[in-house]
Design a protein around this ligand. Structure first.
Ligand SMILES: [Mn+2]
Length: 323
């Protein structure tokens, strides 16, 4: 029998109540939805449980250092017992990077996510691809826990939802998304400050990398496909980091003729991370799935283990099937 989301929330709450050592774990290359969600859930659980911790899987991008309690995110100490491990916004085990083994160490795993590609790796899987962000599911869970959502919790959930909806602009933004946002704003959050931190704080280095990326822009299939490439030497020349590529792919999607925007990031000579965004009709999630990746209909990604120019050709082959 399929469990309804409501039943799954109740199962998760029962598990939380019965667990002593609770760990919430971040994912590799954490984004606003991941970090906002883990902080919000941590703050909420601290109201009802003594031993709740957040584990760091990857460095926290500087954009999110303004969030309350960001400094409590810590490395796993190998002597600790994990009764309950909670993953948020994590579509599969590999997204846990160096903390992947904790899935076996934990007595119980709760997996809360909104990726359509989620493979239900947890014991309890609250996976709802209709949610615009994992932050929406965390909001519902906290309400069901009957923990009041204060300004700090609300700021983190607002960050999560705003990040994953492109400031409430993407297709995934629903009436419910706005209803939740309205409730969050009513707690008195400083949304102006959140917006400045999220959208008006680009560093000079990131700006320089942005310019370099745009210089590589190529258009295909009657200008419906735009591709940019970031090599390690470009990152070095801009004195930037690979995480500073955030926002470039959305920017090139804004070109009028473009339906699919793609960025190729060279993490290693034969390790190319690809992010794809579509505008109106192409399902980039299934396109990326053909290359071993996944994601959402309008935002997806994959990793290709070839040099960057070969990776570009593989992607163009997939795109050719669509255009
Ligand atoms: Mn998300």
């Amino acid at each position: 029998m399929m469990n309804s989301i409501e039943n799954l929330f109740d199962l998760a709450i029962k598990q939380i109540q019965e667990s002593e050592n609770i760990y919430i774990v971040s994912h590799v290359q954490p984004d606003g939805d991941n970090i906002g969600s883990i902080l919000a859930l941590w703050m909420a659980l601290k109201n009802i449980k003594e031993r709740v911790f957040i584990l760091k899987t990857d460095e926290i991008p500087s954009d999110f250092l303004f969030l309350p309690n960001i400094n409590i995110i810590n490395e796993y100490n190998h002597d600790d017992n994990i009764d309950l491990l909670i993953t948020l916004d994590t579509s599969d085990e590999s997204r846990l990077g160096k903390n992947k083994d904790l899935l076996n160490q934990a007595k119980t795993v709760i997996n809360i996510d909104h990726h359509i590609s989620n493979n239900n790796f947890g014991h309890i899987n609250i996976v709802d691809s209709n949610a615009a962000a994992t932050g929406e599911l965390v909001y519902k869970l906290i309400n069901r826990l009957k923990v009041p959502i204060d300004k700090d919790i609300a700021s983190c959930i607002y960050t999560a939802i705003s990040s994953d909806t492109g400031s409430f602009m993407y297709d995934n933004t629903s009436a419910e998304t706005h209803e939740i946002a309205a409730e969050l704003i009513r707690t008195g959050i400083d949304k102006g400050n959140i917006n400045i931190n999220l959208y008006q704080s680009r560093s000079i280095e990131r700006t320089m990398l942005f310019i370099k990326a745009l210089e590589t822009l190529k258009l295909y299939f009657e200008n419906k496909v735009a591709i940019v490439k970031i090599t390690r030497s470009m990152v070095e020349e801009a004195n930037a980091k690979m995480e500073d590529t955030e926002g470039i792919v959305s920017f090139i999607r804004e070109i009028a003729s473009v339906e699919v925007a793609t960025i190729l990031k060279e993490f290693n000579e034969e390790e190319i991370k690809v992010s794809m965004r579509s505008k109106r009709y192409v399902d980039v999630s299934s396109l990326c799935a053909n290359l071993g990746g996944g994601g959402h209909i309008r935002a997806a990604g994959c990793t290709i283990n070839s040099p960057i120019d070969i990776a570009e050709k593989l992607i163009l082959n997939e795109l050719e099937k669509v255009f």
